[in-house]
Design a protein around this ligand. Structure first.
Ligand code: ADP
Ligand code: MG
Ligand code: MG
Length: 873
């Protein structure tokens, strides 16, 4: 089996085998760019190393030496030769770029003898010993794992002694001196001399690259980015070129376009007389690439030419590394460059305009989740650099927030009335905190997962939220927050939250408002041309509905009416309704809510003129509405002519052992049909009222959490009878549809039955996931981390749809539903509606639309377009 390929034998499509760096080096050779010669040990070689108990087999070693031989012939240089020694770089490179995996080794092949003789002959002692000391430094770090500080300390001591700050002011003798000292340190650390045989140096270095595949940083990075352990890394061995051989040499990195703005102009930096990582290491301040045009005009011209050539060849913005040796340019790396969302859109649109790529290709180039950056405020990157996090929780809802902390929703609301920018800090939130959550700039909780109340509501509102930050101790009585490092924050102190990383900072950090540029619009319009899957939003208020429209929805896929019950002036009526035994009192209370509810719907219908508004009937367990404080209980008792203790015992009676499986969803309307009557009345009356103003309402009435057809039938009859009554009273007819959520496994299993009575299904994948796995959305985050740590689960099924299990139920329910009701309209309104891989799945199984939080609408639109394009590939 072939484990080693020379660059000439590879190409860009061989990333699996040669790694990204190796494949692209080969490709650059193929298209005629000046690349130092070399060869690549394959990822299969790495896997074989592990299969052979972490030994490089003789077969692989022989293949390496064979290629080394070829390289010596080709270059006319020999390893260990003191006349003209071949020096090498050893570079890792897996399929996906993995920052932090391992560092590169440069100048491999130098020894005491070659350095000395080479220096004598070459004449530039400084250059030779600079190279040798770098090699010892890198070899010690990468191969031996010796701490870098040992070496850095020696350099800084020497500079101090000599009163200089710039490495360039170190003389030839200094470099010689450093080399000697480095070797002494090397010896002192393990009692072993620095290896003098170049072949030993080489094999040890290759082994180190293989080993680095399984270092801790690499494993963590792979877990975070869904990269399988089985991929392995390749190793590239390449002839050195010397950017540190004087003032006519240098090294740099550049992008074919600006990676921050997308501007079509070469962007990059370089350093004269420098090697390797000097440019990024920050030892010296690099120069902007533009200035190379003045210093070395020909080299600059040549580099610009290659830059254009590479971009045309790869049809994408490139990130390149280069070195200049005595005025001659060498290309050392190219890859598709990382970029901000803003730049990604500009580049995609520009590349279409330039005729370089098709619209389909452009759509596939942008990672949907990246659009998130454009829809929320972000931290000023410079300001963020100087901040240190005090804690890290879940990145529950993206964006950045800086504000003063308050510990209750009411305090936030009070503060915000005074113009204070407030952050709500709670152990967790509940529906009565809605107002405060809305008034806060950000939300921080110490408990709860990605689908906790705080997380779901915050995402819906587009509020930045960090949830489940359990290293923070919250003391509600004293209104303090204590970080793990012991620092105490009081009410009114500043915190900053990064909802995109989960980081919490104990200070003010400057933020920037989102900018939605023209390219964003253009790009989304292209996406809409291709997608066939509809995109709706989960929106409960007029403000959210407007937001959703601005982000391009075709309707509201989920309006949760319970949020409307929680508003301050309403919750009292709701409480009366729940607590009373007296049907008359209950009807009275419900009638107090009716006009408010009607007004809510009128507002939504008006904003969503001609677009569907799917309204879910009251869903949450009733006890969520109950009063807590003595005063609240007393007020309620008075209004209901009950004693405090009677009210308390009613509250006690409503408590449930497992509310998630309790008296909620359609079960509420079955116990209290009056509520369904009222909600129907509010919807139909609202529809009639707005239609008189020339607006076309499209109400879709959605019954939650059914598990049996008879539940749906029972409530449907209430809806139909009430609607008829209202239309008769008013003499006006309006169209409406009745459907149900499919969110219990039983409803999915019996979907063919259920579909007979439903105009539409909407898959409630949050509950469906909870009930399919049998673990609670509220508690799962407590043990799921153990699942990830033990590789039992790779990802959170509440965030990414479990396509095998939950997805199987969805697919089956789609088929069954269509079998008895071919016209049934199908959607999904769980959190998964805004997650790209889940959206692709929903497209594939034939849903008509997905519904997600307004702030994920552009992501869903792009993901839907990509799903369609991929299907046709
Ligand atoms: P990374 O993946 O961290 O970018 P590289 O393997 O690209 O690591 O190496 C880092 C730097 O080392 C390169 O940008 C280049 O400056 C230098 N380098 C690598 N190979 C050579 C070589 N053959 N000649 C000169 N410099 C090299
Ligand atoms: Mg590189
Ligand atoms: Mg539900």
């Amino acid at each position: 089996m072939k484990f080693v390929y020379s660059f000439k034998e590879g190409n860009k499509d061989m990333k699996d085998l040669l790694g990204g760096k190796g494949a692209n080096l080969a490709e650059m050779v193929n298209i005629g760019l000046p690349v130092p010669s070399g060869f690549t040990v394959t990822t299969e070689g790495c896997n074989k190393y592990y299969a052979d108990n972490e030994v490089i087999s003789d077969d692989v070693i022989n293949q390496i030496f064979e290629k080394l031989n070829e390289l010596e012939q080709l270059s006319g240089k020999r390893m260990g030769d003191s006349d003209n020694p071949l020096l090498l770089s050893v570079r890792s490179g897996s399929r996906a770029s993995m920052p932090g995996m391992m560092d590169t080794i440069l100048n491999l092949g130098l020894s005491d003898k070659t350095a000395e003789e080479f220096a004598n002959r070459h004449g530039d002692k400084r250059f030779i010993y600079d190279s040798y000391r770098r090699f010892i430094q890198m070899f010690s770090d990468v191969v031996k794992g010796y701490p870098k500080q040992h070496f850095e300390k020696i350099i800084s001591e020497l500079k101090k002694e000599k009163g200089i700050t710039d490495d360039l002011d170190l003389t030839a003798d200094d470099m010689y001196d450093l080399t000697r000292k480095f070797k002494d340190v090397y010896f002192s650390l393990d009692g072993e001399e620095f290896p003098q045989d170049p072949k030993v140096q080489l094999i040890e270095s290759i082994t180190a690259v293989f080993r680095s595949w399984n270092n801790e940083r690499a494993i963590i990075y792979r877990r975070m980015n869904d990269i399988p352990n089985s991929w392995g890394t390749a190793v590239n061995i390449q002839e050195m070129v010397y950017g540190n051989s004087g003032n006519n040499s240098g090294t740099g990195v550049a992008f074919t376009r600006n990676p921050a703005t997308g501007e079509n102009k070469l962007y990059g930096e370089y350093l004269i007389n420098a090697q390797g990582e000097d440019v990024v290491a920050g030892i010296r301040t690099p120069q902007s690439i533009d200035t190379l045009a003045n210093i070395m005009p020909e080299v600059y011209e040549e580099f610009s030419k290659y830059s254009r050539k590479l971009e045309n060849h790869y049809k994408d913005m490139q990130d390149m590394e280069f070195t200049i040796e005595n005025g001659k340019l060498f290309m050392l790396q190219t890859r598709n460059g990382k970029r901000t969302a803003h730049a990604a859109l500009k580049i995609a649109v520009d590349l279409i305009d330039e005729g370089l790529i098709t619209e389909e290709e452009a759509l596939l180039k942008v990672e949907p989740n990246q659009l998130d950056q454009l829809l929320h405020p972000n931290f000023d990157l410079e300001a963020l650099k100087n901040a240190t996090a005090i804690a890290r929780g879940l990145a529950a809802s993206p964006g950045a927030a800086t504000g003063q902390i308050y510990f209750t929703a009411e305090d936030v609301t009070e503060a915000s009335k005074k113009g204070i920018v407030a952050i709500l800090v709670r152990e967790d939130t509940s529906p009565e905190d809605i107002q405060g959550m809305n008034d806060a700039i950000g939300i921080l909780t110490s408990r709860g997962g990605m689908t906790s109340h705080a997380a779901v509501v915050a995402r819906g509102m587009g509020r930045c939220c960090v949830s489940g930050c359990d290293s923070l101790k919250i003391d509600l009585n004293n209104k303090t927050l204590t970080a793990k490092n012991g620092k105490v924050f009081n009410e009114g102190d500043y915190l900053s939250l990064d909802g995109s990383t989960g980081n919490v900072y104990g200070e003010k950090i400057k933020t920037k408002e989102p900018e939605i540029s023209g390219d964003f619009e253009k790009f989304m319009a292209i996406a809409d041309k291709f997608r066939t899957l509809g995109v709706r939003a989960n929106a409960d208020t007029v403000r959210e509905a407007k937001q959703a429209l601005a982000y391009g929805v075709e309707g509201i896929g989920l309006c949760r009416t319970e949020h409307m019950f929680f508003e301050e002036n309403r919750v009292f009526s709701v409480r009366k309704m729940i607590i009373t035994d007296d049907e008359e009192v209950r009807n009275e209370a419900i009638n107090e809510i009716l006009p408010m509810q009607r007004q809510d719907f009128e507002g939504l219908f008006e904003v969503m003129d001609r677009k569907s508004v799917t309204i879910r009937y009251l869903d949450p367990p009733l006890h969520e509405f109950l009063p807590h404080t003595g005063k609240e209980i007393n007020d309620l008792a008075k209004a209901l002519n009950m004693t405090d203790s009677e009210v308390k015992s009613r509250i006690e009676g409503l408590k449930e052992v497992n509310p998630m499986m309790g008296h909620r969803g359609c079960r509420i309307a079955i116990t209290y049909p009056e509520i369904a009557v009222m909600q129907t009345r509010a919807i139909i009356e609202a529809a009639i009222n707005v239609s008189k103003k020339g607006i076309k309402p499209v109400p879709e009435i959605m019954i939650p959490l059914i598990s049996d057809l008879s539940e749906l039938k029972y409530i449907k009859k209430i809806v139909v009878d009430t609607a008829k009554e209202v239309m008769k009273e008013t003499g006006v007819n309006v169209d409406y549809h009745i459907g149900t959520m499919v969110e219990t496994p039983r409803a999915a299993l019996l979907a063919d039955e259920v579909a007979k009575e439903a105009d539409f299904f909407s898959f409630g994948t949050n509950d469906l996931t909870q009930m399919t796995y049998g673990f609670s959305r509220d508690d799962a985050s407590k043990f799921l981390t153990d699942y990830y740590d033990k590789s039992i689960f790779e990802r959170d099924p509440f965030a990414k749809l479990d396509q095998e299990g939950v997805g199987h139920l969805v697919e089956m329910a789609v088929k069954k539903g269509k079998s008895t009701n071919p016209n049934i309209h199908l959607g999904i309104c769980g959190e998964h509606g805004g997650e790209p891989s889940s959206v692709e799945f929903f497209h594939k199984v034939g849903l008509d639309y997905v519904s997600c939080s307004p702030f994920r609408v552009p992501i869903a639109r792009l993901a839907a377009a990509q799903a369609k394009i991929k299907e046709q590939l």
